[in-house]
Write a protein of this length. Structure first.
Length: 353
């Protein structure tokens, strides 16, 4: 292994271990990492000596905090091809994970957001630890929950997916298991032993079943999920037929949770909220490949709109936390404006091999 590489690979028996190796950047994904990992997934799918892939991050802070948003922001600013190339490569990689025919085990130990969700949520097994912190915070930077989240979120129980997508709420381990974001909970100290057990497993038969049986031996109770106490209110309030209706429901709910949730939503990009709502509605009815094509169109429309650049500037570059959204209010975002984000972009569309 090249210990200086951004992704490290090691095959032990029938298991390939993939380690994201950018700890100073919280293991955020670059264009080159997406392209490289995608090509490796193709090879492993066809390799009879590989039964399972385990993906993890270096360090104790993060599995993967997302895509390299600063680099994408700079690409938009400078007018280069990076934003188009990055999203195309990332979404193709997400699709490869979704369709991977063998066991795919993500050890989401630490921060798991944005692009980190895209390389974990679509796999067969997602193992949370006491250090897991999951979120899809994109509406706060003028984007939308992407990397296949439009497919993943509406398939969570009740209205949890819409709640998570609109608010960017952060979940720890117990909530991840409760919301079915994670399939298992394992204490971080046991991960190395789990990895060894996966290597030593008899991989005869269905690989996903074998992986599940091994992981079950290491699972532990993550504790009571705080999200459960708000579940009924989430399902009530986020059953609204529009973002405006959801906000009205929260206002009528009137609880401390509802007041806090409403206040948080009002800080998000109005355009992003409406785009996200529509994407999740459509994603519930679409197959995965269709969702990825839709999301690519949305991503490129967001790159051309002002809110992404402004959101990243305010939260990541200047860190003044005071984005000036355009339009600034929900009622100023028309149905036609939302529909334009979903329109085919002509020659710049996502293709699969």
């Amino acid at each position: 292994m090249n210990e200086q590489a951004d992704i490290l690979y090691e095959q032990r028996g029938a298991v390939v271990f993939v380690t994201l190796n950018r700890p100073k950047a919280l293991n955020a994904l670059t264009l080159e990492m997406c392209r490289e990992f995608d090509a490796e997934l193709v090879a492993w799918a066809a390799d009879p000596t590989v039964a399972a892939v385990v993906i993890k991050g270096v360090g104790e802070r993060a599995f993967c905090a997302g895509g390299d948003v600063r680099a994408i922001w700079e690409g938009v600013r400078d007018g280069g091809n990076l934003p188009a190339a990055f999203f195309a490569a990332e979404y193709r990689m997400n699709r490869r994970v979704f369709h991977f025919p063998k066991a795919y085990i993500a050890l989401i130990d630490g921060i798991t957001m944005g692009g980190g969700v895209g390389i974990s949520a679509h796999g067969s097994h997602r193992v949370a630890t006491e250090r897991t912190l999951f979120a899809m915070p994109e509406t706060g930077i003028g984007l939308f929950p992407d990397v296949g989240a439009s497919h993943f979120l509406p398939r969570l129980p009740g209205r949890l997916g819409l709640f998570l997508g609109l608010t960017g709420a952060r979940l720890k381990a117990s909530d991840c298991v409760y919301a079915e974001v994670a399939t298992h909970h394992v204490e971080s100290f046991a991960l190395a032993e789990l990895e060894d057990a996966l290597v030593e497993a008899d991989w005869f038969g269905d690989a996903a079943d074998v992986a599940g049986s091994v992981i079950e031996q290491f699972t532990s109770d993550p504790g009571e999920p705080p999200l459960a106490a708000q579940r009924a209110a989430i399902d009530r309030c986020f059953a609204g037929g529009s973002v405006e209706e959801i906000l009205a429901n929260l206002e009528a709910e009137g609880s401390d949770w509802a007041v806090e949730t409403l206040a948080g939503l009002k800080t998000r990009s109005p355009s992003s909220l409406k785009i996200t709502f529509q994407a999740i509605q459509q994603g519930a009815q679409r197959d995965f490949d269709s969702v990825m094509t839709m999301e690519y169109r949305l991503s490129q429309a967001c790159m051309a709109a002002p809110d992404f650049s402004e959101g990243v500037r305010a939260l990541i570059i200047d860190k003044d936390n005071s984005p000036q959204w355009q339009p600034a209010t929900l009622d100023a975002v028309s149905d036609d404006q939302v529909a334009a984000y979903f329109a085919p972009p002509g020659v710049l569309d996502l293709t699969f091999e």
